[in-house]
Ligand binder design. Structure first.
Ligand SMILES: *[C@@H]1O[C@H](CO)[C@@H](O)[C@H](O)[C@H]1NC(C)=O
Length: 337
């Protein structure tokens, strides 16, 4: 009985899919020149490796060093986790595609790229707001900091940011999956993103484009406004007290604000003006899939003495010359078994 019910409930979706003939999309990539492809292959491999290693290093440092067990660093390592995901959902395929002639992606693959892009992007925005809130409490209400930013509140902030990301993305996909794709299948980018894919549908997508703008635009603009307001309040507070401890707060703030601008600049440009030129969008897409994931570790970490000290401790603990060779020997031993 239940099987029957599910079949009836989902049959409209299946029929809609049967009507559309596109089963795979062709990704045009970043460039069509052969020599450039090889250069891009090398450059992006290096950037991708740096982004993943840098962020994993941050997560390991925060987890292993008990002096970094504070809300600010928990949120930072959660940001690094999102960055690893953000860098990984499309970039490895793009890197492999640099070397292949036919750059195709299945319909399902394309839809999942759209889904993950918006899950990670949306969660990262909300998490940046949570990090700004954390700094606001730390600087503007320092005496209540530990009471307000308890472990539980921290976990709630992380869970809420993932929940908003997933809901936001699911609402986007609901508009897109049902679109009829009946012929055109060339996506002019290196991964599937909404404005480019809806453009290929055989139906007037003006209303859907507006819905996408409303949805993504609402999320990014409201997070951006919240960030602007909270950093403005923080900066005014910092200015009014000029002690030595505020100098440290100021350098942390500079890092946060740089990341916010670099993250939101491209997003707002692509989604709030989706009718703008698509070739500009393609370059901006590189920005938020590769450059922001690298910039976060660089900006947040290299300027931060506590993190640097913790990292060198981690290094001396795990990479003593003698120990390192033992690790290698064990690894080889396990391999041969
Ligand atoms: C994310 O934040 C939670 C809540 O504070 C923390 O327990 C957890 O360790 C963090 N996760 C990562 C990967 O850093």
């Amino acid at each position: 009985k239940y099987v029957m019910l599910t079949k009836i409930a989902f049959s409209p979706i299946f029929e809609e899919h049967n009507k559309s003939v596109v089963t795979e999309f062709i990704l045009l990539g970043l460039s069509s020149s052969q020599e450039l492809q090889l250069v891009l292959f090398i450059v992006f491999s290096v950037f991708y490796g740096a982004a993943v290693l840098g962020n994993i290093l941050i997560i390991l440092t925060v987890i292993t060093d008990s002096r970094l067990h504070s809300p600010m660093y928990f949120l930072l390592s959660n940001l690094s986790f999102i960055d690893v995901c953000q860098a990984t959902f499309a970039t490895p395929k793009m890197i492999a595609d640099f070397l292949s002639e036919r750059k195709t992606i299945t319909f399902q693959g394309c839809m999942s790229q759209i889904f993950f892009l918006h899950v990670f992007g949306g969660s990262e925005m909300v998490l940046l707001v949570a990090m700004a809130y954390d700094r606001y409490i730390a600087i503007c209400r320092p005496l209540h900091y530990l009471a307000i930013m308890s472990r539980r509140v921290c976990t709630v902030l992380v869970v809420v940011s993932w929940a908003i990301g997933i809901l936001h993305s699911a609402s986007h996909l609901a508009f897109t999956v049902d679109l009829p794709f009946c012929g055109p299948n060339k996506v002019d980018s290196f991964f599937c993103d909404l404005p480019l894919v809806t453009k290929l549908a055989c139906r007037d997508t003006y209303v859907i484009s507006l819905l996408i703008v409303a949805d993504s635009g609402f999320l990014s603009l409201s997070s951006f406004l919240l960030l602007v307001v909270s950093y403005t309040v923080i900066l005014i507070t910092v200015r009014s007290r000029s002690s030595a401890s505020m100098a440290k707060a100021r350098s942390t703030l500079t890092a946060h604000i740089t990341v916010v601008i670099l993250f939101f600049g491209p997003c707002i440009f692509i989604y709030v003006w989706p009718f703008s030129s698509y070739s500009v969008d393609k370059v901006l897409a590189v920005f938020y899939t590769i450059f922001t994931p690298i910039l976060n570790p660089v900006i947040y970490t290299l300027r931060n003495k506590e993190v640097k000290a913790a990292m060198s401790k981690l290094k001396s603990r795990y990479l003593k010359p003698g120990q390192f060779s033992v690790v290698i020997r064990n690894a080889l031993f396990l391999q041969s078994k």
